[in-house]
Design a protein around this ligand. Structure first.
Ligand SMILES: [Mn+2]
Length: 432
């Protein structure tokens, strides 16, 4: 027997975007922000209507708050109703952001014939129940637990029941909002992956962690539907799972995000001057966006981390941030914004100063001469001779490998000397 379901979590309807630098705000962007959650939610609804899964699991934190505005309630209620109208069952548990009392009884009191079930509102706080398909065949057993308060410091698994003898041939799912393998004193239903495995369920549909995580073939965090701050980097969406004879035959991640956050590190050590830094940064962003041509994202917010020992260190200031942000916005017609810039560069120190320094930086710099590297290289070669022989280098390849490695070592030693010198002499360096 074949069936399919969707696992989605942490929709956080009503949650605002946060920690975004002012440079990344203008009318166009504000519009995208304001509609992103609703739009991402609608992508999930549209996907569901076309994929027609037998049921949908929502693993908590559907609302961002216990109290919601009218619009947030409407988004959820209308979405759920659309799914129900199309014969799709929905099972929703409550998380720490939306414990059971977040669901107003008048709005969310679905009767027992409804295809929508909010665990803790339309059932007990913990429930085991059987799911049937449209032809009334038993397809799965779901074990689900909701939060009744905005925290749960006890291990949630004490509520869960083991598989009954006469239900061994059914597909079992755990639906839970929890904190796995974090500290034991987590306030958000702490438990361990091994404890989940002990239940021998076929799939754990987890919520709480906003980054999608595959713990193993049976334990998944689907992640949040749409990242809301620069910490929630990378792709976001939900999962679509197909099961045949109790075996998962398909488990796909479906992207739904409208805005994507990314961190990007740029080393400007080899960049000549401030003007070429603009093109070096935009080249790197261009490579990034080329990999995203199939993405449905409308906006990429990039947090830049500038690194390296650079010539134009004293020109990296607020004015520079503004200019680079404007330039990137123009070059990528407002599809890429710099959301923040972390400056982790050091000034480039004149090599003659390093060479003649009588402190530790001079010591390191002088190690970078060929004789010393040669000694280090020979030692490494002896230590790693097994690995090197695995590589089956030709003579030419080996000599190229050696040259590149030499260059790398030399460069890192000079950079290290540079950084040590800078940190020791910071106060005394005067810029003109
Ligand atoms: Mn959450």
């Amino acid at each position: 027997m074949e069936f399919s379901f969707i696992h989605i979590s942490d929709i956080h309807i009503g949650r605002a975007f946060s920690s975004i630098n002012n440079y990344a705000f203008d009318e166009k962007v504000k519009n995208i922000y304001n509609n992103a959650t609703e739009k991402a939610f609608n992508r999930f609804i549209d996907f569901s209507l076309s994929a027609q899964p037998d049921f949908i699991l929502i693993s908590g934190d559907t609302f961002d708050n216990i109290e919601q505005d009218f619009k947030s309630k409407l988004i959820l209620k209308e979405g759920l109703k659309k799914l129900e109208k199309n014969g799709i069952k929905v099972y929703l548990i409550c998380g720490n952001h939306d414990p059971v009392n977040a669901y107003n009884k008048n709005t969310f009191d679905f009767d027992e014939n409804s295809l929508i079930k909010i665990i803790g509102i339309n059932s007990e706080r913990y429930s085991d129940f059987t799911v049937t398909d449209k032809d009334n065949n038993k397809i799965a057993v779901i074990h689900a637990l909701s939060y009744t308060e905005n925290h749960m410091s006890e291990n949630p698994l004490k509520y869960f029941s083991t598989i009954k003898e006469d239900e061994k041939d059914t597909f079992h799912i755990g639906l839970l909002h929890c904190d796995i393998e974090n500290s034991d004193n987590s306030q958000y239903a702490p438990c361990k992956a091994d404890e989940l495995r002990n239940f021998n369920y076929n799939y754990w549909a987890l919520g709480h962690i906003h980054i999608p995580i595959k713990k193993d073939n049976n334990i998944f965090y689907s992640g949040t539907l749409q990242g809301r701050n620069p910490k929630e980097t990378g792709i976001h969406g939900f999962r679509f799972i197909k099961v045949n004879n109790n075996i998962i035959i398909e488990n796909k991640f479906i992207p739904s995000d409208i805005i994507r956050f990314e961190d990007m590190e740029i080393n400007l050590s080899d960049t000549k001057d401030i003007t070429s830094s603009y093109s070096d940064i935009s080249d790197k962003l261009n490579n990034f966006i080329l990999n995203e041509t199939n993405s449905l994202c409308e906006l990429f917010l990039i947090r830049l981390k500038l690194k390296g020992n650079i010539e134009f260190y004293d020109e990296i200031n607020d004015e520079y941030y503004k200019t680079i942000t404007e330039k990137i916005k123009d070059i990528f017609s407002s599809k890429i914004y710099i959301s923040d810039i972390n400056n982790e560069t050091n000034p480039k120190i004149d090599e003659n100063i390093l060479k003649n320094d009588d402190g530790i930086s001079g010591e390191i710099y002088r190690t970078a001469d060929n004789e010393n590297i040669n000694e280090a290289f020979n030692k490494a070669q002896a230590d790693f001779s097994n690995i090197i022989s695995y590589c089956k280098f030709t003579d030419e390849e080996y000599s190229q490998f050696k040259t590149e490695l030499y260059e790398e070592i030399k460069k890192s030693l000079i950079n290290l000397a540079n950084n040590v010198y800078f940190n020791e002499n910071k106060e005394d360096i005067v810029y003109e």
